[in-house]
Design a protein around this ligand. Structure first.
Ligand SMILES: [Zn+2]
Ligand SMILES: [Zn+2]
Length: 273
Protein backbone atom coordinates (compact mmCIF):
# COMPACT_ATOMS: atom_id res chain seq x y z
CA UNK A 1 0.00 0.00 0.00
CA UNK A 2 2.94 2.33 0.49
CA UNK A 3 3.25 5.00 -2.14
CA UNK A 4 -0.51 4.77 -2.60
CA UNK A 5 -2.87 7.69 -2.31
CA UNK A 6 -5.00 7.61 0.84
CA UNK A 7 -7.95 9.78 1.74
CA UNK A 8 -8.39 11.53 5.06
CA UNK A 9 -9.58 14.70 6.67
CA UNK A 10 -7.11 17.45 7.48
CA UNK A 11 -6.87 20.76 9.30
CA UNK A 12 -5.44 23.41 6.98
CA UNK A 13 -5.25 26.28 9.48
CA UNK A 14 -5.79 27.08 13.19
CA UNK A 15 -9.60 27.28 12.85
CA UNK A 16 -10.09 23.68 14.05
CA UNK A 17 -12.09 22.72 10.94
CA UNK A 18 -11.34 19.57 8.95
CA UNK A 19 -11.74 19.14 5.22
CA UNK A 20 -11.20 16.22 2.79
CA UNK A 21 -7.53 15.66 2.00
CA UNK A 22 -5.63 13.04 0.06
CA UNK A 23 -1.94 12.29 0.46
CA UNK A 24 0.65 9.66 -0.43
CA UNK A 25 1.28 6.98 2.19
CA UNK A 26 4.82 7.01 3.58
CA UNK A 27 7.10 4.26 2.27
CA UNK A 28 7.55 1.40 4.73
CA UNK A 29 10.94 0.67 6.29
CA UNK A 30 12.03 -2.91 7.10
CA UNK A 31 10.43 -2.75 10.57
CA UNK A 32 7.23 -0.92 9.65
CA UNK A 33 3.74 -2.28 9.20
CA UNK A 34 0.92 -0.89 7.11
CA UNK A 35 -2.43 -0.47 8.83
CA UNK A 36 -5.83 -0.09 7.32
CA UNK A 37 -7.76 2.20 9.65
CA UNK A 38 -11.22 1.00 10.65
CA UNK A 39 -12.00 3.05 13.75
CA UNK A 40 -10.54 6.14 15.36
CA UNK A 41 -11.44 8.53 18.13
CA UNK A 42 -10.93 12.19 18.92
CA UNK A 43 -9.63 13.76 22.12
CA UNK A 44 -8.53 17.14 23.39
CA UNK A 45 -4.95 16.67 22.21
CA UNK A 46 -6.30 16.44 18.65
CA UNK A 47 -8.01 19.79 19.17
CA UNK A 48 -4.81 21.30 20.64
CA UNK A 49 -2.83 20.06 17.65
CA UNK A 50 -5.38 21.08 15.01
CA UNK A 51 -5.27 24.61 16.41
CA UNK A 52 -1.46 24.57 16.71
CA UNK A 53 -1.75 25.19 20.47
CA UNK A 54 0.82 22.76 21.87
CA UNK A 55 3.35 22.50 19.08
CA UNK A 56 4.05 24.20 15.79
CA UNK A 57 1.92 22.32 13.29
CA UNK A 58 2.71 21.99 9.61
CA UNK A 59 -0.57 22.23 7.70
CA UNK A 60 -2.32 20.38 6.19
CA UNK A 61 -2.41 18.07 9.20
CA UNK A 62 -4.51 14.90 9.57
CA UNK A 63 -5.29 14.47 13.29
CA UNK A 64 -6.16 11.32 15.22
CA UNK A 65 -4.36 8.83 17.41
CA UNK A 66 -6.69 6.06 18.50
CA UNK A 67 -6.90 3.63 15.75
CA UNK A 68 -8.17 0.17 15.06
CA UNK A 69 -6.87 -1.54 12.06
CA UNK A 70 -6.02 -4.75 10.31
CA UNK A 71 -2.36 -5.30 9.75
CA UNK A 72 -1.59 -5.75 6.09
CA UNK A 73 1.82 -7.29 6.78
CA UNK A 74 2.91 -10.29 8.87
CA UNK A 75 -0.57 -11.69 9.39
CA UNK A 76 -3.40 -10.29 7.39
CA UNK A 77 -6.47 -9.67 9.50
CA UNK A 78 -4.83 -9.17 12.91
CA UNK A 79 -6.77 -6.67 14.95
CA UNK A 80 -4.31 -4.07 16.22
CA UNK A 81 -4.13 -0.59 17.67
CA UNK A 82 -1.74 2.36 17.76
CA UNK A 83 -1.50 5.27 20.17
CA UNK A 84 0.16 8.66 19.84
CA UNK A 85 3.66 7.47 18.87
CA UNK A 86 4.62 5.56 15.72
CA UNK A 87 8.42 5.36 15.99
CA UNK A 88 11.50 6.14 18.13
CA UNK A 89 15.27 5.76 17.71
CA UNK A 90 15.29 2.27 19.22
CA UNK A 91 18.89 2.64 20.42
CA UNK A 92 19.10 5.21 23.22
CA UNK A 93 19.00 4.58 26.98
CA UNK A 94 15.30 5.51 27.13
CA UNK A 95 14.36 3.21 24.26
CA UNK A 96 16.30 0.38 25.89
CA UNK A 97 14.68 0.86 29.30
CA UNK A 98 11.01 0.76 28.31
CA UNK A 99 10.72 4.54 28.26
CA UNK A 100 10.62 5.04 24.51
CA UNK A 101 7.77 7.53 24.84
CA UNK A 102 10.40 10.01 26.13
CA UNK A 103 12.97 9.31 23.38
CA UNK A 104 14.18 12.59 21.87
CA UNK A 105 13.73 11.05 18.42
CA UNK A 106 10.24 9.71 19.00
CA UNK A 107 7.86 10.36 16.14
CA UNK A 108 4.34 11.39 17.05
CA UNK A 109 1.44 9.89 15.14
CA UNK A 110 0.41 13.20 13.69
CA UNK A 111 1.55 16.76 13.12
CA UNK A 112 5.34 16.26 12.93
CA UNK A 113 7.92 15.38 10.30
CA UNK A 114 9.11 11.75 10.16
CA UNK A 115 12.80 10.82 9.93
CA UNK A 116 12.38 10.32 6.17
CA UNK A 117 11.18 13.92 5.80
CA UNK A 118 7.50 13.13 5.24
CA UNK A 119 4.81 14.68 7.46
CA UNK A 120 3.08 12.25 9.85
CA UNK A 121 -0.66 12.01 9.44
CA UNK A 122 -3.01 10.51 12.02
CA UNK A 123 -5.87 8.10 11.73
CA UNK A 124 -8.45 10.46 10.29
CA UNK A 125 -7.42 8.69 7.10
CA UNK A 126 -7.86 5.31 5.45
CA UNK A 127 -4.37 3.88 6.12
CA UNK A 128 -1.05 4.57 7.83
CA UNK A 129 2.49 3.23 8.32
CA UNK A 130 3.80 2.49 11.84
CA UNK A 131 6.93 0.87 13.33
CA UNK A 132 5.90 -2.57 14.61
CA UNK A 133 7.04 -1.79 18.17
CA UNK A 134 4.22 0.73 18.49
CA UNK A 135 1.52 -1.60 17.20
CA UNK A 136 -0.32 -3.58 19.89
CA UNK A 137 -2.53 -6.63 19.46
CA UNK A 138 -6.15 -6.30 20.46
CA UNK A 139 -8.10 -9.30 21.79
CA UNK A 140 -10.82 -10.49 19.41
CA UNK A 141 -13.47 -10.35 22.13
CA UNK A 142 -13.01 -6.64 22.76
CA UNK A 143 -15.52 -4.44 20.90
CA UNK A 144 -13.62 -2.01 18.71
CA UNK A 145 -15.57 1.07 19.72
CA UNK A 146 -15.22 0.23 23.42
CA UNK A 147 -11.52 -0.48 23.18
CA UNK A 148 -10.62 2.60 21.11
CA UNK A 149 -10.25 5.14 23.97
CA UNK A 150 -7.80 2.83 25.77
CA UNK A 151 -5.05 3.54 23.23
CA UNK A 152 -4.58 7.15 24.32
CA UNK A 153 -6.70 8.27 27.27
CA UNK A 154 -6.83 4.77 28.77
CA UNK A 155 -3.08 4.06 28.80
CA UNK A 156 -2.39 7.61 29.94
CA UNK A 157 -4.29 6.87 33.15
CA UNK A 158 -3.29 3.20 33.46
CA UNK A 159 0.44 3.61 32.93
CA UNK A 160 1.34 5.99 35.81
CA UNK A 161 -0.79 4.02 38.26
CA UNK A 162 1.09 0.85 37.30
CA UNK A 163 4.42 2.66 37.39
CA UNK A 164 3.97 4.18 40.84
CA UNK A 165 2.25 1.19 42.38
CA UNK A 166 3.79 -1.87 40.83
CA UNK A 167 2.35 -4.26 43.39
CA UNK A 168 -0.98 -5.71 44.40
CA UNK A 169 -1.31 -3.24 47.25
CA UNK A 170 -4.65 -1.44 47.15
CA UNK A 171 -4.34 2.27 46.47
CA UNK A 172 -6.76 5.13 46.53
CA UNK A 173 -6.38 7.17 43.39
CA UNK A 174 -8.44 10.10 42.23
CA UNK A 175 -8.80 10.93 38.55
CA UNK A 176 -9.31 14.65 38.20
CA UNK A 177 -11.28 15.52 35.09
CA UNK A 178 -12.18 11.90 34.34
CA UNK A 179 -14.68 11.15 31.70
CA UNK A 180 -17.02 8.22 31.91
CA UNK A 181 -14.88 6.12 29.59
CA UNK A 182 -11.80 6.14 31.74
CA UNK A 183 -13.24 5.95 35.18
CA UNK A 184 -11.63 3.13 37.14
CA UNK A 185 -14.09 3.22 40.00
CA UNK A 186 -17.56 4.53 40.54
CA UNK A 187 -17.11 7.13 43.25
CA UNK A 188 -17.49 10.72 42.14
CA UNK A 189 -16.47 13.78 44.08
CA UNK A 190 -17.92 17.12 43.00
CA UNK A 191 -15.25 19.75 43.59
CA UNK A 192 -17.76 22.59 43.98
CA UNK A 193 -19.27 20.78 46.98
CA UNK A 194 -17.22 22.11 49.91
CA UNK A 195 -18.51 19.50 52.38
CA UNK A 196 -17.64 16.61 50.05
CA UNK A 197 -14.17 18.04 49.46
CA UNK A 198 -13.55 18.50 53.16
CA UNK A 199 -14.73 14.97 53.88
CA UNK A 200 -12.24 13.61 51.35
CA UNK A 201 -9.26 15.64 52.61
CA UNK A 202 -5.98 13.72 52.94
CA UNK A 203 -7.54 10.55 51.58
CA UNK A 204 -5.80 9.87 48.26
CA UNK A 205 -2.48 8.20 47.43
CA UNK A 206 -2.49 9.60 43.91
CA UNK A 207 -4.31 12.17 41.86
CA UNK A 208 -4.13 11.90 38.10
CA UNK A 209 -4.75 15.37 36.72
CA UNK A 210 -6.27 14.91 33.24
CA UNK A 211 -7.62 18.42 32.69
CA UNK A 212 -6.33 20.00 29.44
CA UNK A 213 -7.15 23.59 30.43
CA UNK A 214 -5.96 26.09 33.05
CA UNK A 215 -7.30 25.16 36.51
CA UNK A 216 -6.59 25.72 40.20
CA UNK A 217 -4.50 22.98 41.82
CA UNK A 218 -4.74 23.92 45.50
CA UNK A 219 -8.20 22.45 46.18
CA UNK A 220 -7.05 19.07 44.87
CA UNK A 221 -3.67 19.02 46.60
CA UNK A 222 -5.57 19.03 49.91
CA UNK A 223 -7.05 15.64 48.96
CA UNK A 224 -3.61 13.99 48.96
CA UNK A 225 -2.54 11.86 51.87
CA UNK A 226 0.97 12.21 53.33
CA UNK A 227 3.36 11.00 50.65
CA UNK A 228 0.62 11.25 48.03
CA UNK A 229 1.46 12.24 44.48
CA UNK A 230 -0.11 14.62 42.03
CA UNK A 231 0.56 13.28 38.53
CA UNK A 232 0.02 15.56 35.54
CA UNK A 233 -0.85 13.65 32.39
CA UNK A 234 -2.29 16.33 30.11
CA UNK A 235 -0.75 19.30 28.40
CA UNK A 236 -2.06 22.70 29.48
CA UNK A 237 -1.10 25.52 27.15
CA UNK A 238 -0.64 28.11 29.94
CA UNK A 239 1.32 27.85 33.24
CA UNK A 240 -0.35 26.17 36.22
CA UNK A 241 0.24 27.60 39.70
CA UNK A 242 -0.15 26.17 43.16
CA UNK A 243 0.75 27.11 46.70
CA UNK A 244 3.68 25.01 47.95
CA UNK A 245 2.84 25.59 51.61
CA UNK A 246 0.09 23.00 51.77
CA UNK A 247 2.20 20.38 50.04
CA UNK A 248 5.32 20.89 52.08
CA UNK A 249 3.83 21.53 55.53
CA UNK A 250 0.77 19.31 55.54
CA UNK A 251 1.44 16.56 53.07
CA UNK A 252 5.10 15.97 53.89
CA UNK A 253 5.79 15.49 50.21
CA UNK A 254 9.22 16.54 49.05
CA UNK A 255 8.59 15.47 45.51
CA UNK A 256 5.09 16.71 45.05
CA UNK A 257 4.29 16.33 41.42
CA UNK A 258 5.19 14.25 38.44
CA UNK A 259 4.30 14.47 34.82
CA UNK A 260 3.84 11.52 32.54
CA UNK A 261 2.98 11.10 28.90
CA UNK A 262 1.25 8.11 27.44
CA UNK A 263 2.80 4.70 28.11
CA UNK A 264 5.60 2.51 26.84
CA UNK A 265 4.47 -0.05 24.29
CA UNK A 266 5.04 -3.02 26.62
CA UNK A 267 2.69 -1.62 29.23
CA UNK A 268 0.18 -0.61 26.56
CA UNK A 269 0.12 -4.20 25.33
CA UNK A 270 -0.34 -5.43 28.94
CA UNK A 271 -3.48 -3.36 29.21
CA UNK A 272 -5.04 -5.64 26.60
CA UNK A 273 -3.90 -8.96 28.08
ZN1 LIG B 1 15.44 6.46 21.63
ZN1 LIG C 1 -5.65 11.26 23.95
Amino acid sequence: MEGREVIGRAATDVSGHLSPYSFTLRKTGPEDVVLKVLYCGVDHTDLHQMRSEIMLINYPMVPGSWKWAYKNKFKLGDKVGVGRIISSCGACLLCNSNSEQYCSERVLTTGVVHKDGTPTHGDFASAMVVHHKFVVKIPEKLALEQAAPLLCAGVTAYSPLKEFNNSDKAIKAGIFGARRSWTFGDYFLVSSNAAEMEGAAASLDYILDTVPAVHALDPYVSLLNVGGKLILVRVVTKPLHFNTEDLVLSRGVNEPSRARILSNSTRTQKLFM
